[in-house]
Design a protein around this ligand. Structure first.
Ligand code: SF4
Length: 326
């Protein structure tokens, strides 16, 4: 690990100003950043510790939603009775992630900002456009079992690994930020993570010096909430495919549905076309197949991850059948 300066932030705007400086990084739980520093994938010149900022509350909002402070730990968020009762998909997604020890440290803001688990990103001897722009992408012709089938580019096929963000995408969360001037911005989670295009090193829509202070959840939509995660082992593994589903149905008919997917793309993936196929439709195999076909429009495998295409279809079918009892 390379030497770095360390400072504790005692206000949000000072933390934002400190991180606007070149080479500075925020540290909260540190569950991803410290690993990256040990491997010298990240080599910050200074760390700005925000753990003492008052950002660890979960509060009701006037419109009936919740405001989740950026420093709320994943374990606390998953266990909060309001989250468990009203946002079960979020609680289950959190508990599907990492290990109990990591969830005790990991924060809401840090979870959104965690980096990809692409093997080549963590190996500084290999070309990687995300780590070293312009160097190439070792995963394209390499071992790409965990990589993206949707939203990728020839410059990067990495996936965003968060389970929490997938549930938040289904819930239409907003990411609240503050800049060094103290201005607040609300970023719809759909716009928070970026597709790689020609600049895979830019992963979010955060501007320099802008830090996450909270995530707000609107009132949940009606319906049954499910989070299903398919992975190589039963715990402490990232998703090959995950589905966050919120489906309102009765007696074999679906009124409305929201679907978000993890493990498939560089960002939590929604398919409005698939949701339209499900709305006001019979809960049967033909409808589920049509929805899966819509989700997978434009999907492309790179050899090692080809299996994700049929796996996504089967997983979605299983989740929809479970919810609608079809
Ligand atoms: Fe790097 Fe992205 Fe290629 Fe992985 S997929 S090696 S993160 S450029």
């Amino acid at each position: 690990m390379k030497a770095f300066n360390y400072q504790r932030a005692d206000s949000v705007t000072l933390a934002a100003a400190a991180t606007a400086r070149s080479g500075a990084k925020i540290i909260a739980g540190g569950t991803n950043l410290l690993d990256l520093m040990k491997l010298q994938v990240e080599t910050p010149s200074s760390l700005v510790d925000i753990n003492r900022l008052p950002l660890d509350k979960i509060e009701e909002t006037p419109d009936g939603g919740l405001r989740i402070g950026a420093l709320v730990r994943n374990s606390d968020l998953a266990a909060d009775p309001r989250v468990r009762q009203r946002y079960g998909v979020l609680s289950r997604a959190l508990l599907a992630g990492a290990s109990a020890q990591l969830r005790n440290k990991a924060t809401t803001g840090g979870n959104l900002l965690q980096r990809t688990r692409c093997y080549y990103f963590y190996d500084v001897t290999k070309p990687c456009n995300k780590r070293n722009p312009g160097s190439g992408c070792a995963a394209l012709a390499g071992f790409n079992r965990i990589h993206a089938i949707l939203g990728a580019s020839e410059h990067c096929i990495a996936t965003q690994p968060s389970d929490m963000a997938v549930a938040m995408r289904a819930l239409d969360a907003k990411v609240e930020t503050v800049n060094p001037a103290g201005d607040t911005r609300f970023i719809p989670i759909a716009e928070f993570h970026r597709l790689p295009g020609t600049t895979p090193e830019i992963e979010t829509s955060l501007k320099p010096g802008e830090i996450i202070t909270a995530v707000t959840l609107p009132l949940p939509p009606p319906g049954v909430q499910v989070y299903r995660k398919v992975r190589d082992r039963a715990s402490y593994a990232f998703a090959l495919v995950s589905v966050a589903a919120i489906v309102d149905s009765t007696r074999g008919r679906i009124r409305s549905a929201r679907l978000a997917f993890g493990g498939l793309a560089p960002k939590p993936w929604r398919s409005p076309q698939a949701e339209q196929r499900l709305a006001n439709a019979s809960a049967d195999k033909a409808t589920f197949d049509a929805a899966a076909t819509a989700v997978l429009e434009g999907a492309r495998g790179f050899g090692g991850n080809d299996f994700k295409i049929p796996l996504t279809r089967r997983t979605l079918h299983s989740v929809l059948a479970e919810i609608t009892r079809a």
